[in-house]
Design a protein around this ligand. Structure first.
Ligand code: ATP
Ligand code: MN
Length: 484
């Protein structure tokens, strides 16, 4: 009979059960010291398993071919470890090399035992996943996604899959990527010389979705509490550390919720997910916490974070987020030293100004030193579907701003009144003809409702302490970059 096969995570976390048994483990070599100790990792945890090899018992040719990165199948006995730092180790009985390293490529990044820059690793798709850092980041990302589904499931939400290809051209959330089946060298045109989308696959112009919101709103009108969680696309040519062309968005939509309910939901949701990671990703977070501290040391003192990574996460869960109206925020910004001394790239002069990330970060990091929820924005700078407040000049919008990130969530109570919504569409040049089905939701038993969008990668950035959004998605898509 073959020995029990276990992941390294299973072995290390439940080792008493397997002590003195023979087991099979498989993984990649992280290091092979003194022809005797193999540090094996299989991706299930950041921790390595020590394999002890009595070299006299093994063929020299096998041992010669074991080096960093090669993959092994090991059968051996689990024993208590003699060395410090681990509870158990494996005394190897059988070693099989599953994949060795191409010797002619010995200079490849992965085989070098030094620290690689994140930029270099970004160009080495499969090697990146082998590093401690990216292993930790992507295990945490996976845990976050799981926690998101769990939160909504526990709160009686239904998971709605919204379309990736959309016929709506007017969501207004960002520049869209077109989807077409046309031969680009021979695009059909109508008698006016315009592109004739009637001849295209869907018989109309289609795009990749920038948001599932209009669709979750539509399904909310029957199912009550729904959320979508899927990829969204924005052709924004902004090369920042916080924007991707393809990113994952979580969008709940809740019937009968007003703006305050919406803010409560966003706060509970973020706290639940962060709490889940603190509880369930301890080893990875400890690693990321150390790395974060190292990084801070490299920075000039004035730029250093005031809290450690884990400390920061714990504090976010403890404190109630600051809730501040846009109008109050503008007053704070206008009167700030930064503004008066001309330190903002975009000075704040009047009510109505759109807030830039420098303003958001000032409020969160300098003024309040806490996550901040801004609400009641001027209607001109927000989307057409947001509910018009009684003052006639603001809408029931809310943005959640996080330290180091800026906007992590954007949401609103929606305009449920048919006449106000269609008027708004007219003044904001949104094609009501195109969105007939959306407007229809306000005709038959329309209800007050609210929802928001969270960019998954922004949350992963916050939780892992990484600084570039390209490093928290397995295969980043950004301007001029769609490799892998
Ligand atoms: P920003 O002002 O930062 O560009 P936005 O106002 O365009 O954000 P929304 O349209 O409200 O953002 O989208 C909801 C959420 O999706 C944002 O709060 C953010 O977390 C995330 N998000 C938006 N654009 C991107 C992007 N290009 N890459 C990654 N995440 C994004
Ligand atoms: Mn944007």
């Amino acid at each position: 009979m073959s020995a029990m096969r276990k992941t390294i995570n299973e072995l290390l976390s439940d080792y008493k059960k397997v002590l003195h048994h023979d087991i099979t483990v498989q993984g990649w070599v992280r290091a092979f010291r003194s022809n005797r100790f193999i540090a094996l990792n299989d991706g299930s945890t950041i921790n390595n398993l020590q394999i002890v090899v009595d070299f006299e018992k093994f063929d020299e040719n096998i041992l010669k071919n074991i080096s960093t990165a090669s993959s092994l199948n090991i059968v051996g006995e689990v024993v208590e470890s003699q060395g410090a730092g681990q509870n158990i180790e494996i005394i190897a009985k059988k070693i099989q090399i599953l994949g060795d390293n191409f010797t002619e490529e010995r200079d490849k990044t992965i085989l070098q035992p030094k620290k690689h820059s994140l930029e270099v690793l970004r160009e080495q798709a499969h090697l990146r996943f082998r590093t401690n850092l990216f292993g930790a980041v992507f295990r945490v990302r996976s845990a976050i996604s799981f926690a998101i589904h769990q939160f909504f499931n526990q709160n009686q939400f239904f998971y709605m899959n919204t379309p990736i290809i959309t016929g709506a051209d007017a969501e207004g959330a960002g520049e869209m990527f077109g989807v077409t089946n046309f031969d680009l060298n021979n695009i059909p045109r109508d008698e006016n010389g315009d592109i004739d989308f009637e001849q295209d696959f869907f018989g109309k112009k289609t795009n990749l979705t920038v948001s599932g919101q209009l669709n979750v709103e539509t399904s909310m009108m029957g199912l009550g509490r729904v959320y979508t969680f899927g990829p969204t696309f924005r052709a924004e040519n902004s090369n920042t550390t916080r924007h991707l062309a393809e990113f994952w968005m979580v969008e709940p939509e809740v019937a009968f919720n007003n703006l305050e309910d919406n803010i409560d939901l966003a706060e509970d949701f973020l706290k639940y997910v962060i709490g889940y990671v603190l509880e369930n990703c301890k080893d990875d977070l400890e690693f990321l916490d150390k790395r974060f501290a190292e990084e801070q040391k490299q920075k000039p003192e004035k730029d250093r974070a005031s809290e450690g990574l884990i400390e920061k996460l714990e504090n976010v869960i403890k404190k109630r987020f600051k809730r501040v109206s846009y109008t109050e925020a503008i007053e704070i910004l206008k009167n700030s030293k930064e503004n008066k001394k001309g330190k903002f790239q975009f000075p704040i002069e009047d009510w109505g100004a759109d807030l830039q990330s420098e303003h958001e970060r000032y409020l969160v990091e300098k003024h309040f030193e806490s996550p901040v929820v801004l609400f009641d924005y001027p209607k001109e700078i927000k989307a057409f579907y947001m509910k018009l407040n009684e003052d006639g000049k603001t809408v029931a919008a809310m943005d959640v701003l996080f330290p180091g990130i800026g906007e992590i969530i954007g949401g609103s109570q929606r305009e449920e009144r048919y006449d106000v919504l269609s008027e708004k569409m007219k003044t904001m040049n949104v094609d009501a003809h195109e969105l007939w089905w959306y407007l229809d939701t306000r005709k038959f038993g329309s209800v007050p409702h609210a929802g928001f969008g969270l960019g998954l990668e922004r949350l992963v950035l916050f939780v892992t302490g990484m600084t570039n959004i390209r490093d928290v998605i397995p295969f980043p898509r950004t301007p001029k970059n769609a490799e892998f």
